[in-house]
Design a protein around this ligand. Structure first.
Ligand SMILES: [Ca+2]
Length: 312
């Protein structure tokens, strides 16, 4: 009886570790080509990896402002090189704020074939090909929906975004995020893409470190082979400041526990290898003690029952 329960505990412990191990096997490496942080610009007042245009202005110690809190502004920021990683995660700190009680229109994040073209979709070109994530702060016409509304649209190069209905007919997935605009904490989004596995969007706007799931799908859209990472924003009659504070892009990959580190692999990778081998070590120790414990308990029980049968 005791031996049985020990064995089942051992099995459970091993199983729990396996499940945990599978999640931990997803590793990441920073993508310098698609990350951006203060002071944003180098000595030539250029960014090596990002390009910007329209009404975008940069304050090297604070933000990249895609639109200022003035009517009829449009600005963009786009990576110079396409995102070539198969699986990736992009974390963006942004800030949407202004002095008015009525405000708009919103901010977009792009993974598209096109780059740096001004247009009517949050300051960027319509009939795009690829993925657009829209943080829509002005409700044009979507009854019953709380704004700001965050939604994804998968563009095929032909379909138009209809501003008058806030893109309802082309929505891939989305969520309401009341309090995202003008939040007192740093607001962030984190978009994670694993080819053929999932696409996930999380938001931070309630409290620091609290990520709210906006949507997650295990049927992710295909991203164009050549896709640039970009951001844009637009104001109309109503306005707001739409700021990008920082961009952290990471390449995701599944680590093979048995594979050797490849020559020239980064420090981060090495550190995680060491981390996982420590995990292995402790698991082995745990299993060892559980087995010894099981044998001891089993043996004691067997000896006790043997003694009893001897006595009578
Ligand atoms: Ca809108």
């Amino acid at each position: 009886m005791l031996l049985m329960s020990t064995l089942s505990a051992l099995w459970l412990a091993t199983f729990a570790w396996c499940v945990k191990g599978e999640e931990e096997n997803v590793k990441s490496i920073g993508l310098r080509t698609h990350s951006l942080a203060q002071p944003y610009l180098d000595s030539d007042m250029q960014s090596r990896w990002y390009d910007f245009g329209g009404d975008t202005i940069i304050r090297t110690d604070q933000y990249i402002r895609l639109t200022s809190d003035r009517p009829s502004q449009m600005g963009w920021l786009f990576s110079r090189v396409p995102l070539t990683a198969t699986n990736w995660e992009i974390e963006v700190e942004f800030k949407i704020h202004g002095k008015n009680t009525l405000y708009g229109d919103g901010l977009a994040m792009w993974l598209t074939k096109e780059r740096g073209k001004l247009g009517p979709v949050f300051g960027s070109a319509d009939r795009f090909e690829g993925l657009g994530i829209f943080i829509d702060t002005y409700k044009n016409n979507r009854p019953g929906v709380v704004f700001p509304y965050v939604m994804a649209m998968v563009g095929d190069g032909k379909t138009s975004y209809d501003k008058d209905t806030d893109g309802k007919n082309v929505e891939f997935a989305g969520c309401s995020a009341r309090g995202l605009r003008g939040a007192t904490i740093p607001t962030k989004l984190r978009l994670t893409y694993f080819q053929d596995k999932y696409l996930k969007l999380e938001l931070q706007y309630k409290s620091v470190g609290e990520w709210t799931l906006c949507f997650e799908t295990n049927q992710p859209p295909a991203i164009p082979q050549v896709a640039y990472l970009g951001f844009s924003a637009e104001t109309g009659e109503l306005s707001d400041n739409h700021d990008i504070i920082s961009i952290e892009a990471r390449n995701l990959y599944t680590a093979q526990p048995t594979s050797r580190p490849t020559p020239g692999s980064g420090r981060g990778k090495k550190a995680t290898k060491e981390g996982s081998s420590w995990g292995w070590f402790f698991t082995k120790i745990m299993i060892f003690f559980l087995v010894i414990g099981g044998i001891y308990v089993g043996f004691t029980a067997w000896r006790a029952s043997n003694r009893r049968s001897h006595r009578f």
